[in-house]
Design a protein around this ligand. Structure first.
Ligand SMILES: Nc1ncnc2c1ncn2[C@@H]1O[C@H](COP(=O)(O)OP(=O)(O)O)[C@@H](O)[C@H]1O
Ligand SMILES: [Mg+2]
Length: 257
């Protein structure tokens, strides 16, 4: 058995400036194969920017990112990105569905875009994906006919459509009530455990973090100030960490970023 840890995502010394502001200031991150890593931090800490650098929607000023053995910061062609995007599912903050398409059409969209199969076959695949997220039989509905939690589930099904081995979630529970939020959190954990994918979950939600994390990395002011297990976080005496976990530093509702 291979003893050394296998890292699926590695970020080394990432620096990023946006509109003259230093947003990432030397971020280091390691994500083990098959784990759920939560990136915790308050609004404006740089969490979404970090995820977007990993997926290639933003390019850091310096530093290295390696995903599944590919050095994405050295990519030079669209073809390389396309190869990566086939492996990585991304649930955007907000997770917007196309309003004018039914759930099935929304979920079939990436399948039709990236594979050669017929529309009929793609729509057949969507049934399985809908049941995976607990929305069996709802495929003909429009997003506007669904609750916030159901829309999140449908976005998740679309994210999973191409069978990604890596899934990145940006604030998957923001805007949801605690009960719905817990059910999404269980779903993410089940998909990670049973689906065997490697997941990064970005959130400012401490409850979510402790529900699903194998490891947590805390981002503060553009740096990872602590990385460890949930237990290590609970016991941490670092001021920023314990204040975030136990104190009054929770982001104000409605201001989540
Ligand atoms: N596209 C952008 N252009 C300019 N500044 C941005 C952009 N995206 C994010 N920022 C800034 O970068 C900082 C970190 O943002 P972000 O990563 O979205 O934080 P969060 O941790 O809340 O997800 C914030 O100060 C934000 O205003
Ligand atoms: Mg964000």
């Amino acid at each position: 058995m291979e003893k050394s840890r296998e890292y699926v995502i590695v970020a080394e010394d990432l620096w990023m400036t946006l509109e003259g502001k230093q947003v990432l200031k030397g971020v280091d991150l390691r994500v083990e194969s098959g784990e759920a890593l939560v990136i915790l931090g308050r609004s404006g800490a740089g969490k979404s920017v970090l995820l977007q650098c990993i997926i290639g929607l933003m390019t850091p000023d310096s530093g290295r990112i390696i995903v599944d053995g590919m050095e994405v910061t050295a990519f030079t062609t669209e073809k390389e990105w396309k190869k990566l995007w086939m492996k990585v599912g991304f649930l955007f903050q907000g997770g917007a569905l196309f309003d004018s398409m039914t759930l099935s059409e929304n979920i079939a969209f990436p399948i039709l875009k990236h594979t050669g199969i017929t529309e009929k076959r793609a729509l057949d695949c969507t049934e399985e994906l809908l049941s995976l997220v607990g929305l069996e039989g709802e495929g003909k509905k429009l997003p506007s006919e669904l609750s916030g939690g159901m829309q999140k589930r449908a976005s998740l099904a679309r994210t999973l459509a191409l069978g990604p081995s890596i899934v990145l979630y940006d604030e998957p529970t923001s805007g949801l009530d605690p009960v719905t939020s817990d059910s999404i959190s269980r779903l993410i954990k089940d998909l990670n455990r049973q689906g065997g994918n490697t997941s990064i979950i970005v959130t400012h939600d401490i409850r979510l973090a402790f529900q699903i994390a194998d490891h947590i990395a805390m981002l503060e002011d553009g740096k990872v100030i602590m990385a460890g297990t949930p237990e290590e976080f609970r016991r941490s005496e670092m001021e920023h960490v314990s204040r975030f976990i136990y104190g009054s530093e929770q982001p104000v509702a409605g201001r989540e970023g």
